[in-house]
Each structure stands twice: as C-alpha cells, then as structure tokens.
Design a protein around this ligand. Structure first.
Ligand code: NAP
Length: 283
C-alpha cells in the first residue's frame, strides 16, 4: 500500500470514511498489556493481521492468540506493518518511542496511539517520527470492562494529526465504526480539556472513595451503588494510567484544585448551617 500525496492534516474534516472499501490491515501493536490485548481480539475477529512487541514477554499468550510476538523490536519494525498501534502506558510513551530504532522502518507507516491523554502523544509522535510517517491520535473512551459486551455506541475520539494516506487511515477507523462506535473527531487539545473535567474527575473521585474504603451495604441506595461501581471501575485501571491522566494533561491540575475548592465550599456551607441550627436551638 503506498501513501497518497493528496491531502495533509485533516483534523477539521467531519467524516472518517474514504470512498474506497476498507482494507485488511497488518497491525503491529507496541505494548501488549490489558488494553493492547483487548483491542487485538477485535482486530483479529475482523480479519486483520496483528503482531506484538512489549516490555514483558507475552510469547505464550500470543501463541494462544495466534499473534506473532517479537521480543526484539528491530524485526518488529522491519515486519511489514501498515499500522503501528501504540498501547503503552502514558508514563512510558517517551521512553518506549525513544528506545525504538525508528530508522529501521522499511515503509511509510501509519502510527496510531490510544493513550487516554492526547496532546502528549501527539507532541511526542511528531517529535520522534520521521516526517514521512502518518499520525492518527485516538482515544477509545471504553475499556475491557465497559466494552466487554461490544462497542456499540461507545465513543472513539480521534484527530487525524498528519494523514496523507486517507484510505489506510479510514480502514483503521473502520475497525471501530464497524463495531458501532460513535466516531467523534476532535482536536487533541479539546479532548484533553473535556477529559480533565470528565474522565480525570471521575477517576479522582473513584480513587478518593477507594481511599475511604467504601463497600456495598445491605441498604444501598441507587446513588450509593453508583459510587461503589465508580470505585471499582476506576481502581481496576492501573495507577500508572490514573497518574498519567494527571501528569500529562495540562488541564488536569486545575480540575483537581476545583475539586478541592468545591469540597471545601460544600463543607463550609454544612458547618455554617449546623452553627445556625445550634444557635436557634439554644434560644
Ligand atoms: P497501562 O498501565 O496504562 O499500560 C500498560 C502498558 O504499558 C503495558 O503494555 C506495559 O507493557 C506498558 N508499559 C508500562 N510501563 C512501561 C515501561 N516502563 N516500558 C515499556 N512499556 C511499559 O494499562 P492499559 O490499561 O493496558 O492501558 C494501555 C494504554 O491504553 C494507556 O495509554 C491507556 O491510557 C490507554 N487506554 C486504556 C484504556 C483502559 O480501559 N484500560 C482505555 C482507553 C485507553 P508490559 O505489559 O509489557 O509490561
């Protein structure tokens, strides 16, 4: 598959589809942890070819999945990949990419990341990749738990950061479209702004509830059940993921301060009301 020279950055376009039918892709996955494996299963089901490399040796698991596993990154890069899919942790992205001898890439390749923050991978990919590599930044807004019964109506946020081969990019996005995902084209900056106020906030509250040790009771209200579920779902993700949401999203720190200030405001209102009630009852 050769790169077309017809278009450059297309982050403002509203459609992810190309006029050509989707292609079967050879996808090399970097980082075969929980999320990399989760995505691989759907790609395999759809008939795409996958291969993987990771810090940990996943040879046995990959053997069961019929996915070639490369302990050595050089043959991985020299393999015939249409797409290299980055599924490493947010915190390790720079280290992983900087340790890869990217000059060994034999052909123009589409690099896609799935990190839960977006400006950081966009910046790192643009910095380390040769100019002739295409870049698509994505964030599937679901995981192995929320997506275990299918991906229908679950959002896939993406920005075509540097896409010249539209057909290959559309074929990749089609993996999500064909599972029924809601395709949301959005700049990396906008994603991070919105995610700091939604995803990071919910993870922070889930972690706070875990610190408090909340557990299901015999008299749960629906709202309390929601809190228990939130605690469970956020603590199922690694602490690396949670801290990555904070460290590599420039909007997250402000949201943490907002949370702290709002907590203090609510507390002060309660204390004020209590003191008013106490003075009334002492009259
Ligand atoms: P994670 O803890 O964020 O990342 C685990 C992956 O990072 C593993 O493949 C691990 O490799 C690799 N890794 C960690 N530290 C490393 C290091 N120092 N050097 C090299 N590799 C390192 O957990 P995850 O849930 O699998 O998430 C992977 C990515 O997907 C993250 O960027 C996350 O933001 C994104 N994502 C996750 C979800 C989700 O629901 N889990 C949803 C959307 C997006 P080894 O396994 O080889 O140790």
């Amino acid at each position: 598959m050769s790169s077309s020279s017809s278009s450059s950055s297309s982050s403002s376009s509203s459609s992810s589809s190309s006029s050509l039918p989707p292609q079967t892709l050879k996808v090399g996955i970097v980082g075969f942890g929980t999320f990399g494996q989760f995505l691989a299963k759907t790609m395999i089901k759809q008939g795409h070819t996958t291969r993987a490399t990771s810090r940990t040796d996943y040879s046995q698991l990959c053997h069961q999945l019929d996915v070639p596993f490369f302990r050595d990154v050089i043959p991985f890069l020299e393999a015939d990949n249409d797409v290299i899919l980055i599924c490493t942790s947010i915190l390790s992205l720079s280290e992983v990419l900087n340790s890869m001898p990217l000059r060994r890439l034999k052909r123009h390749t589409l690099f896609v990341d799935v990190l839960s923050v977006k400006e950081h991978p966009r910046n790192v990919l643009l910095q380390v990749l040769p100019e002739n590599m295409d870049v698509l930044c994505t964030h599937p807004m679901f995981g192995p738990e929320s997506g275990k019964n299918g991906w229908k109506d679950l959002p896939l946020v993406y920005e075509k950061v540097r896409v010249r081969d539209e057909t290959r990019c559309s074929s990749f996005l089609h993996i999500f479209e064909s599972e029924g995902c809601r395709m949301v084209e959005m700049s990396c900056e906008e994603h991070d702004k919105v995610a700091a106020r939604s995803q990071f906030l919910s993870h922070s509250i889930g972690r706070i509830l875990a610190e408090m040790g909340i557990e299901s009771t015999s008299m749960n209200t629906k709202s309390f059940e929601t809190l228990v579920k939130l605690k469970e779902s956020t603590t199922n993700d690694s602490f690396d993921l949670f801290s990555g949401l904070f460290i590599h999203n420039r909007f997250a720190q402000q949201e943490l301060m907002n949370l702290e200030q709002s907590f203090e405001k609510v507390k002060q209102r309660l204390l004020k009301k209590m003191s008013e009630q106490q003075s009334l009852s002492s009259v």
